[in-house]
Design a protein around this ligand. Structure first.
Ligand code: AMP
Ligand code: FE
Ligand code: FE
Ligand code: ZN
Length: 283
């Protein structure tokens, strides 16, 4: 039983449409897939109500972009929340709106360093995405021949500690957890020890989030080395919270594979029992 609880579509920075993602999940033999686009729910909302029931369970979710008071970027996965909940909807829409001026600021900084990318180049790459992000800028830089891959764009220009980094309006992780919980959802810290992306929490800080209602941590993720996984697994066991695994899939062409990391069935069942803001559906 393959369970993948973290994937993106082209309504944020993934490369496949929600419909294509579902098709691929079925071909890959998945049983459960959560669609967790950055700061938007329209990808999975578009798939509801299903015209025909199938064998793939789709879990409604989102990955909320957060920022700590010290300016650290944190991603919070939310599952099974009520997509019409006022405060959570407001958080996501404020973030999405602010990503536009933020993108323009990053572009200005790049232009200042002699890299001639424009906002229109990014819009051309982001297409119909509701959430504009750095991966779209990376795609624009690829089109312009500045870099060859998204990874190279991040390593060279776009990573969180780069001089071209600009944040956007975002809730604190504690606010995101509270909003997800209030909306009947379940919150799981995404790739919490992915140190290659930038600053990360200490284990003690992650434990404090549990006091604020954090229900789980993503343990098996490609950006976690063996030590990070062991530390998070131990933390989850000691605090009795969910330990998940997931692909954080954005597309096969960026070297990712659905279900390259998975969540144990018992963990998924616990998570499903906890969330009561909306229902899963099958396709
Ligand atoms: P943004 O939402 O605009 O801040 O961009 C963050 C997104 O960039 C993440 O969700 C990933 O999809 C992608 N990404 C890829 N590599 C990195 C990296 N090294 N650091 C941060 N984000 C990365
Ligand atoms: Fe992403
Ligand atoms: Fe993330
Ligand atoms: Zn993600």
């Amino acid at each position: 039983m393959l369970i993948d609880l973290h994937t993106h579509t082209n309504v944020s920075d993934g490369l496949d449409s929600p419909e294509d993602l579902v098709g691929q999940a079925k071909s890959a033999g998945l049983s459960v897939i959560a669609i967790t686009d950055h700061d938007t729910v329209i990808g999975w909302e578009r798939l509801r109500p299903p015209t025909k029931q199938g064998r793939l369970t789709v879990v409604p979710g989102a990955e909320i972009s957060c920022q700590t008071t010290s300016g650290m970027s944190v991603h919070m996965l939310g599952y099974l929340f009520d997509p019409n909940d006022g405060p959570l909807t407001e958080i996501m829409s404020l973030t999405r709106d602010d990503r536009i001026p933020r993108m323009k600021k990053i572009i200005e900084l790049l232009n200042g360093a002699g890299i001639g990318v424009t906002f229109d180049d990014v819009v051309e790459r982001s297409g119909s995405a509701a959430t504009v992000g750095r991966p779209h800028l990376a795609d624009a830089l690829i089109s312009l021949g500045v870099v060859a891959t998204r990874d190279q764009a991040f390593t060279q220009y776009l990573h969180n500690d780069s001089p071209f980094y600009v944040g956007h309006l975002a809730p604190s992780p504690e606010e995101a957890i509270a909003a997800i919980n209030r909306a009947g959802g379940v919150s799981v810290l995404a790739h919490g020890l992915a140190g290659t992306r930038g600053a990360i929490y200490s284990l003690d800080e992650i434990a404090k989030l549990v006091d604020h209602g954090l229900a789980g941590v993503e343990v098996d993720h490609r950006d976690h080395d063996q030590q990070a996984r062991a530390q998070l697994r131990e933390l989850a066991e000691s605090l009795n919270i969910f330990a998940t695994g997931s692909s954080d899939y954005h597309g096969t062409s960026v070297g990712q594979r659905l279900a390259m990391e998975v969540t144990a069935p018992a963990v998924w069942e616990g998570l499903l029992a906890r969330g009561n803001g909306c229902e899963v559906f099958s396709l």
